[in-house]
Design a protein around this ligand. Structure first.
Ligand code: PLP
Length: 394
């Protein structure tokens, strides 16, 4: 009944866990939800006020398909201010979130017969964005003890005449890894040598805990084949507003605009006006949120590492801890065999109401993802429950 295209993708595993947690909560169960991929703070007041003003002033109509000029100007100023990147407004498109932007770019550039490099562990949506175009995602290993930087031998060995693009996500979901300058430069050299499109998903750019974030396009004079994706979602706690943007070569931006005009018409008008305030207004909330995340990161990573047989690398960005739980695989809990990290994640949910996301959909069968976009109290309760649970795994 349905097109073959649909068979090439899977439902989002992270959204599925969020839905499951909501279901349990609706039944009155005190779930410890560490599955969410969004800040637990509300959108800052100045941004909400800007949205209200937009409605009062009648900005409730369609906008140009690729976004309003004032927001594109705000994006250009933001990229120059925060990322030292110089772009003109015709090199910017506003989309319905970073996800939509990445999806559009894949649609515009990739097709059947192409191969696209994705670093594993990867954000769940990358392989699907590529597969739905007919292209093949090609997975490259990373080094967990080096902030999940690429295994360059693997990278070089996976590039073929069909390779058309490479998707980088630093800081990363699910690992929290942030690549060093050296790793970025080497990756860009390889991409350049092989004439690849480089996608840099920088939606966690403001959540880096030691050192400054450097936008990938900053590492080369030839930005022509680099697309930079950023978003208001994580930075300004605006996940529901759906505003993300892309900076890149104006021909690609034009092509993405053409596609967007025939799919979503335009991003939400009110949210675009709110995004102008987000990008140009008071930025103090951004660093305040990052400081809180950093404190929680210490709590959760130290707590996880204090549990016997769990090993968690210290992530330098985003809001995820991604411990290795392989010791517990093929062991039993109350007579039930834990065959996979899916099983472990499910048992944690059923036995302790701890909601996590298994590493499987991220291409990491030995890990589980814990989001620390939640209170210290929830993190502490989770650590107690996890400790109790694992003590019974034999
Ligand atoms: N990229 C990564 C790595 C993400 O984790 C997410 C959201 O979880 C997105 C992009 C998309 O975010 P949004 O569409 O809300 O901008």
């Amino acid at each position: 009944m349905f097109s073959k295209r649909l068979d090439r993708i899977k439902p989002s595993a992270t959204l599925a866990m969020t839905a499951k947690a909501a279901e349990l909560k609706a039944k009155g169960i005190n779930v410890l939800n560490l599955s969410v991929g969004e800040p637990d703070f509300n959108t800052p007041d100045n941004i909400i006020k800007a949205a209200k003003n937009a409605m009062d002033n009648g900005y409730t109509k369609y906008t140009p398909g690729s976004g309003i000029l004032k927001l594109k100007e705000a994006v250009c100023n933001k990229l120059s201010r925060d990322n030292k990147l110089l772009y003109n407004t015709d090199e910017i498109i506003i989309s319905c979130g970073g996800k939509h932007a990445l999806y559009n770019a894949c649609q515009v550039l990739f097709e059947s017969g192409d191969e696209v490099i994705i670093f594993s562990p990867y954000w769940v949506s990358f392989p699907d964005f590529v597969s739905i175009t007919g292209a093949a995602p090609i997975f490259v290993d990373t080094l967990s003890n080096h902030q999940y930087e690429p295994n360059f031998n693997d990278l070089e060995s996976k590039i073929t005449s069909k390779t058309k693009g490479i998707i980088i996500n630093s800081p990363s979901n699910p690992t929290g890894g942030v690549w060093s300058d050296a790793a970025i430069i080497r990756t860009l050299e390889i991409a350049n040598k092989n004439n690849l499109w480089v996608f840099s998903d920088e939606c966690y750019e403001q959540l880096v805990y030691s050192g400054d974030f450097q936008s990938i396009a900053n590492f080369t004079d030839n930005k022509d084949k680099i697309l930079t994706f950023q978003s208001c979602s994580k930075t300004y706690a605006m996940t529901g507003w759906r505003i993300g943007y892309t900076a890149g070569n104006k021909d690609i931006i034009k092509a993405m605009s053409k596609l967007q005009g025939q799919s979503t018409s335009c991003p939400n008008s009110i949210a675009q006006y709110a995004a102008i305030e987000a990008l140009t207004g008071d930025q103090s909330q951004v660093s305040a949120m990052a400081q809180i995340f950093n404190k929680r990161k210490e709590l959760i990573v130290n707590g996880l590492n204090s549990i016997e047989h769990i090993h968690c690398e210290v992530p330098n960005g985003a809001f995820y801890a991604f411990p290795n739980i392989s010791y517990f695989l093929n062991k039993t809990y109350n007579g039930q065999i834990i065959n996979s990290c899916d099983d472990l994640s499910l048992l944690l949910l059923n036995e302790k109401y701890i909601v996590t996301v298994s590493g499987e959909p991220f291409g990491a069968p030995n890990n589980i993802r814990f989001s620390y976009a939640t209170s210290e109290d929830v993190i502490n309760q989770m650590l107690t429950g996890l400790r109790e649970f694992l003590a019974l795994v034999k």
